[in-house]
Design a protein around this ligand. Structure first.
Ligand SMILES: [Zn+2]
Length: 439
């Protein structure tokens, strides 16, 4: 793009977008514009791709108001921050084109729900000169629509006949069900969902588009995008702490990003359960002695466990770099799973370890745990201590930032590593779970 007026319009739109949603300012600045010509119409939503490149059709930029462009920038950066491409249901099974469009509608409904809140809450506070800065040579933004107007071509939950506040997955499911009812003429059905009036690009579903410029380096790598999301979530948290208003969808999102308790917890639980099941698998399930549950099911002989339950040692890295909150959370999770599996306290040993291993503890309560340590890290000492018991434990769960030397050879005992630092290392022979939000 050579026209300086258009560059100014682009900058003005970005400034205005950052005023509309100040917590998105850093994310908006990360968007890299790629100027495109000759695809007018298709690109009227300024679509983005998963590399945070935003495709700016020059004629569209000239035609639309600063307010409209600002709206679309906030909209597209929201697709990226909320990882709609990763959440695309077609990642698991291939979808029909109309289902792909339904995902675009569903994600738009999730986004615009909050954007309309933003616009009605915030635009009234913006002085016009800040909202749309003009410079000599740039004509005033006369095309600005009325204050509470959204650009045309915007999907809201109301337009889909669905309530506010749902996730994209919920809207998508409802749209699919509505489409299915529509195929059955005997049913009275709500109006057929409108077809997607525009395309939000790969940023919405991760699928390639003709205009994508994958030859250009991405504006943000996946890691940088993750950091931008964390930063954005922290800004939202700060605003909430300062009693500033943030739309509900963004509040929820920030909570999920900063405390992703569900994902890693489930994952860790699954790993621990699996590890225990495999350890217990070495015990015989036998029909020789009837299970006590058999009494409740007359005529059915249930297998009973012939050998004792597996024993577990939790190895905790207590070197200086670890945050206690996260340690406590990871440990609470581990012990919760063990309790649910019926592992008696006497079968659970905790060993804290920095550069050396401390005395093994058998816990009654988590709060009784002594977090000895605080020095350098060498978990090999912890492994040696754990494996020195007779018999050795059936399962070792190591909670660590991974900044430690590991035993060169895999121990004979199964090992699960709960890794608190994404940059930390776990050995190949261990099952690893990344505990997010630890650092
Ligand atoms: Zn969209």
């Amino acid at each position: 793009m050579t026209d300086p007026d258009l560059w100014q319009k682009w900058s003005a739109a970005r400034v205005r977008a950052a005023h509309q949603a100040p917590y998105l300012a850093a994310a908006l600045l990360s968007l890299h514009p790629v100027m495109v010509t000759g695809t007018r119409g298709e690109l009227r939503r300024f679509p983005a791709d998963t590399g945070w490149r935003v495709y700016v059709e020059v004629e569209e930029l000239a035609r639309q108001s600063v307010r409209e462009v600002a709206f679309w920038l906030v909209h597209q950066v929201t697709h990226l921050l909320r990882e709609h491409a990763r959440r695309y249901p077609g990642g698991v099974v291939e979808l029909l084109p109309e289902e792909q469009q339904a995902w675009n509608l569903a994600t738009d409904a999730e986004i615009n729900d909050d954007l309309t809140a933003d616009i009605s809450d915030l635009t009234s506070d913006i002085p016009p000169e800040t909202a749309a800065p003009t410079r000599p040579g740039l004509p005033p933004d006369t095309t600005t629509p009325a204050r509470h107007d959204l650009p045309p071509d915007v999907t809201t939950p109301a337009l889909l006949g669905l309530p506010d506040g749902w996730t994209a997955e919920q809207y998508w499911q409802a749209l699919r069900e509505a489409a299915h009812r529509h195929e059955q003429p005997e049913h009275d059905h709500p109006p057929h969902p409108p077809t997607a009036p525009g395309d939000c690009g790969s940023g919405c579903d991760g699928l390639p588009r003709a205009w994508n410029r994958d030859d250009l380096p991405p504006a943000l790598s996946p890691t940088a995008a993750r950091l931008t999301a964390l930063d954005t979530a922290r800004r939202i948290r700060e605003r909430l702490n300062a009693q500033d208003d943030v739309p509900a969808g963004w509040r929820r999102w920030a909570g999920q990003v900063l405390e992703p308790t569900v994902s890693w917890r489930r994952h860790l639980s699954a790993r621990v359960r699996h590890g225990l099941a495999q350890a217990a698998g070495r015990a015989d399930y036998t029909y020789r002695r009837p299970s006590r549950r058999a009494a409740a099911l007359p005529g059915v002989v249930l297998p009973s466990l012939h050998r004792p339950l597996p024993s577990v040692t939790v190895l905790i890295d207590t070197s200086g770099s670890i945050t206690e909150t996260m340690l406590a959370q990871a440990l609470a999770e581990v012990t919760g799973v063990l309790r649910a599996m019926g592992i008696a306290r006497r079968l659970l040993t905790v060993i804290t370890c920095d550069a050396r291993a401390y005395r093994p503890q058998t816990l009654t309560r988590i709060s009784d745990l002594r977090l000895d340590g605080g020095g350098g890290t060498d978990l090999r000492a912890g492994f040696a201590a754990a494996l020195s018991t007779r018999p050795p434990p059936d399962l070792i769960i190591a909670i660590t930032d991974g900044r430690t030397p590991w035993p060169h050879r895999p121990p004979r005992t199964r090992v699960i590593v709960a890794l608190l630092d994404p940059a930390g290392q776990a050995p190949e022979w261990a099952q690893t779970v990344h505990v997010e939000g630890a650092s």
